[in-house]
Ligand binder design. Structure first.
Ligand SMILES: NC(=O)C1=CN([C@@H]2O[C@H](COP(=O)(O)OP(=O)(O)OC[C@H]3O[C@@H](n4cnc5c(N)ncnc54)[C@H](OP(=O)(O)O)[C@@H]3O)[C@@H](O)[C@H]2O)C=CC1
Ligand SMILES: CC(=O)N[C@@H](CCC(=O)OP(=O)(O)O)C(=O)O
Length: 302
C-alpha cells in the first residue's frame, strides 16, 4: 500500500532532508506542489487534500496556519516546528519516551516532532527523573553545541559566505524555545538553565548535563544513572547507551551525522560524584528529519 506524503516547506533545510529520506521509498508517494506556488494557500490546500500525511517543515507561524488550512481534511500531520510541542492535543514525537508514547504516536492525527536540543536533553533526563535518580525540582544546567544547519537557511547562508563566527554562545537570556518541551517531557518542575552554542560545522550536536551527584539527595551514583538509562532504552533502538567503562575517549558532535541514532554517555569521576551526561545526535537526523520519518513510519505502520 502506498502512502501519499506532502512535505510543506520541502525546499528548506529540514524539508530537503526528509525528501531525501523518502524519495526512493516504494511505499511512499510524494505529493508535490509547483515550486512557484509553494507558498500559495490554494496550491497547498490541494496538496493537503491529496495527501494521507503532511510533514510541516515551516516556521512556527506558518505551521500553525497550515494546520488551520487543512483542519477540515483527513490528512494527518507531523509538525517539525516548535508550534505544537506542548499542545495536549498533539502527540509528542519521541517514541522512546515510553511504550505508551509510541502507541499514542501510532494512532495520532497530529504529531509534534521534537526539537534537536530537546531530543538530547529529554533523552538524558526523562528516564532518570522517572526513576527518582534526579529530583523533578533539581536545578538542572544544560550546555549544548549545534551545527549551523540548526539555524536553517538563514544561518547556513552566514556560514557559507564566511561572515559567521567560528563559534558562538546564544539564547543566554534563558528564553530558548526548547525549554517548555524539555520541562514537560523530562518531567521537571524547575526550568533548567540552558546554554546553547553553534560551531563551525554543518550538522551534528552534543548536549551535556553536568551534575554533582552529592547535591541530588537521591543516592544516585554514576553506575545507577547508567543502569537506569540502560534499562530504559535497552538495545536495538535508535537511542543507545555507551559502555560506562569508556570515560576518556573524545565525544565528537558530528559522529552520528546522517543517521537517526542518538548516543548517550555517562562520564565523570565516580569517586567524587562529578558527572556529565552527554547526548550526541545529528540535529537534522534524530533531531529533525530522521525523527519525522521515524514518526511517519509509526503512524502508517511501516
Ligand atoms: N534546522 C534544524 O536543525 C531544525 C529545524 N527544525 C524546525 O523545522 C522548521 C523548518 O526549519 P528549517 O528547515 O531549518 O528552516 P528553513 O528556513 O531552512 O526552511 C523553511 C522552509 O519553509 C518555507 N516557508 C517559510 N514560510 C512559508 C510559508 N508561509 N508557506 C510555505 N512555505 C514557507 C521556506 O521557504 P523559502 O525557501 O522561500 O524561504 C523554507 O523553504 C522550523 O520550524 C525549525 O525550527 C526542527 C528541527 C531541527
Ligand atoms: C542553531 C540554532 O539556531 N538552532 C535552533 C534550534 C533548531 C531546532 O531544533 O529548531 P526547532 O526547535 O524548530 O525544531 C535554535 O536554537 O532555535
Amino acid at each position: 500500500m502506498t502512502t501519499k506524503v506532502f512535505i510543506d516547506g520541502e525546499a528548506g533545510t529540514t524539508g530537503l532532508q526528509i525528501r531525501d529520506r523518502l524519495i526512493s521509498r516504494p511505499d511512499i508517494q510524494l505529493v508535490q506542489v509547483d515550486p512557484a506556488r509553494r507558498k500559495e494557500d490554494s496550491a497547498r490546500y490541494e496538496a493537503f487534500a491529496e495527501a494521507d500525511v503532511a510533514i510541516l517543515c515551516l516556521p512556527d507561524d506558518a505551521a500553525k496556519a497550515a494546520v488551520a488550512l487543512s483542519a477540515d481534511l483527513k490528512v494527518r500531520i507531523i509538525d517539525a516546528s516548535t508550534a505544537h510541542r506542548v499542545n495536549p492535543d498533539w502527540a509528542f514525537g519521541l517514541p522512546e519516551l515510553s511504550a505508551a508514547q509510541a502507541e499514542r504516536i501510532k494512532s495520532a492525527r497530529y504529531v509534534a516532532n521534537p526539537g534537536c536540543y530537546s531530543t538530547g536533553a529529554i533523552a538524558l533526563l526523562a528516564p532518570l527523573v522517572a526513576a527518582g535518580q534526579i529530583p523533578a525540582d533539581f536545578p538542572i544546567t544544560i550546555n549544548a553545541v549545534s551545527g549551523y544547519t540548526g539555524g536553517g537557511k538563514a544561518m547556513i547562508g552566514e556560514y557559507e559566505d564566511g561572515t559567521a563566527p567560528a563559534h558562538f554562545v546564544y539564547a543566554t537570556g534563558q528564553k530558548h524555545k526548547h525549554l517548555p518541551e524539555i520541562v514537560k517531557y523530562a518531567g521537571l518542575s524547575v526550568t533548567p538553565i540552558f546554554v546553547p552554542a553553534v560551531g563551525n560545522f554543518a550538522q551534528g550536536m552534543a548536549v551535556q548535563i553536568p551534575l554533582h551527584l552529592s547535591s541530588l539527595g537521591t543516592g544516585a551514583t554514576m553506575q545507577s544513572l547508567h543502569d537506569a538509562l540502560s534499562a530504559h532504552y535497552g538495545t536495538g533502538g535508535n537511542i543507545r547507551v555507551m559502555p560506562i567503562e569508556d570515560q576518556d575517549s573524545r565525544i565528537v558532535p558530528t559522529e552520528l551525522n546522517d543517521t537517526n541514532f542518538l548516543n548517550i554517555s555517562v562520564r565523570g569521576d565516580a569517586a567524587t560524584g562529578r558527572v556529565v551526561l552527554i547526548a550526541v545526535l545529528d540535529n537534522l537526523g534524530k533531531g529533525a528529519s530522521g525523527a519525522a520519518v521515524q514518526n511517519l513510519d509509526l503512524m502508517i505502520g511501516a
